[in-house]
Design a protein around this ligand. Structure first.
Ligand code: 5GP
Length: 209
């Protein structure tokens, strides 16, 4: 059995990181794809946990080697999803979350239309701006760039199958979790398990006749 690829996107500050952390704490049994980035490490971030932090030169070498499932230049830095990390987890039957920017998410969805695609939508522009400002992780220039990018990014929510409005963390976490659990119940995602069950019925009928 293979795991589902779950693409989760939002404009920067949309709250996807918080929601994903909370869903993972609830023990739904999902893997997280740790991305590579050339962005400087923020205070409190851990290399190999939040991201794998590498230089532009190293990143470009990985591009040439085909190591990225997708990569994008987001707000002036490179970010990329490791093809080998994602394939290994999915191959083990684990659902994998990709927490990536809108452009990267749309690229992956074109490549893998079977992926579960979820857009986290902030309840308003005002709310997004407040959240990004209070996070205090960006300098004013970066903050301004991220907010300007959000104008076009939110419009692209129509390209995603699910939209979770992040008006309240507890509710949004439940909605996100229900999507992940619901997707696992799709018949088309359980063909192996269903076949084994139906075969057992066939075998019992043969034995009974
Ligand atoms: P931040 O600098 O705030 O950690 O991330 C900036 C944006 O880059 C966020 O929207 C984040 O989800 C996105 N991002 C993180 N990793 C990847 C990745 O591997 N690929 C792409 N395309 N975007 C990513």
């Amino acid at each position: 059995m293979t795991g589902n690829l779950i693409i989760i996107t939002s404009p920067s500050g949309g709250g996807k990181g918080t929601l994903i952390t909370e869903v993972m704490k609830r023990g739904v049994g999902i893997g997280y794809s740790i991305s590579y980035t050339t962005r400087p490490t923020r205070l409190g971030e851990v290399d190999g946990k939040d991201y794998t932090f590498i230089s532009v030169k190293e990143f470009e070498k990985k591009i040439a080697e085909g190591e990225f499932l997708e990569y994008a230049q987001v707000h002036d830095n490179y970010y990329g999803t490791s093809r080998s990390r994602v394939e290994a987890l999915i191959g083990e039957g684990v659902d994998v979350i990709l927490e990536i920017d809108v452009q990267g998410a749309a690229d992956v969805l074109k490549m893998i239309p079977d992926a579960v695609s979820i857009f986290i939508l902030p309840p308003s522009y005002h709310d997004l701006a407040q959240r990004l400002k209070s996070r205090k992780t960006e300098d004013p220039e970066q903050l301004d760039l991220r907010l300007r990018n959000s104008f076009d990014e939110v419009k692209r929510c129509v390209e995603f199958e699910y939209v979770v409005i992040n008006d309240n963390i507890a509710d949004a976490v439940r909605r996100l979790e229900s999507i992940i659990l619901g997707e696992r119940q799709r018949r088309t995602r359980q063909t192996g398990a269903i076949k084994d069950i139906l075969d057992s019925f066939d075998a019992s009928r043969d034995a009974a006749s």
